[in-house]
Design a protein around this ligand. Sequence first.
Ligand code: ADP
Ligand code: MG
Length: 347
Amino acid sequence: MPPQLTRLDDATVAEIAAGEVISRPARVVSELIDNALDAGANRIDVAVDGDGTEQIRLKDDGHGLSRSDAGLAVQRHTTSKLPADAGASLTAVSTLGFRGEALAAICDCATVEISTNDGDAVGTKLRVENGEPTVADAARGQGTTVTVTDLFADRPARRESLSGPAAEFSRISDRVAAYALAQPDVGFSLRHDGAKTFSTPGGGLRDALLGVYDADVARNATVVEHATDIDIKDGTGSFDLRGILTYPSVTRSTRDHVRVSVAGRPVSDSGLRQAVIDGYGSLLPGDQFPIAAVDIEPPTGAVDPNVHPAKQRVGLRYRDDIEAAVETAVSGALSTADARRVEAAAT
Ligand code: ADP
Ligand code: MG
């Protein structure tokens, strides 16, 4: 059963670093993927036309929404992920979203159609155009499809600040790849102007790497799994890391392919990324970087979930210890006999 939606009270809204701004199409894609994952989806299919302002469509097989909840979901500060009076007790958030703002913010700057079914005989199609909602029946099974068209149609300045179809789509593609690798048990697919960009089967890390890259990359990669205790304020906390790393024989000329996620949420955090690279030590050829996807699960209470999602760096307590643990785990995984064998074969 889908959880109940409520409207957050003013005190809670003041607490959650609210004020969602949709800056570019890739941001829409991230928010819609967060929602699909929070709905428990096993498959997420993304289709993009042009630079994404023309159309973004995201289909999931999650728990779906009832008709009345669909109407609530597009309003501001309505969420099923926090109690209405959560106030300052935000540390226990386990979902990717919780502000109840994303859909409202997207509806502010685009035409949105949500076709959804929470297991009823008849589904719901909710269309919001110029802020006006209309509701109709939809023939579809359980899950949700969100179609966003004419993004920024009435915001010429924002449209002009975009970097063109190739660059905007590459940002989107990078986001979807990051989620596919951070959530390897969920299947993802991405299409651009009708053509398949990549897909992953939801069958674990190596298959995800194979889907996003190719057989050569997937073959020359090792899985790292590492659990350790690190010292925190009131004693020790458990730190878990899981990921996949290419051997130093398979590299790229930018660090963009070194991806880190925190509890399944892709983050763009230069410190954590550098910790992965540092784990390779002197194994990497000059000016070359590995392909890596590392998910970390820091000790309870070490992550501040209330850093605004548009902010790049994660709010991490014990950051130095966590970065050191990441470096140790990566260098440990690469020092196995298997890695040395591949390295020797490559020279
Ligand atoms: P938040 O994710 O912060 O709660 P959103 O505006 O992104 O806020 O979504 C509002 C609510 O709409 C969510 O709390 C959820 O209950 C519902 N919702 C949004 N997208 C989906 C989806 N794909 N499947 C099921 N429910 C959804
Ligand atoms: Mg959301």
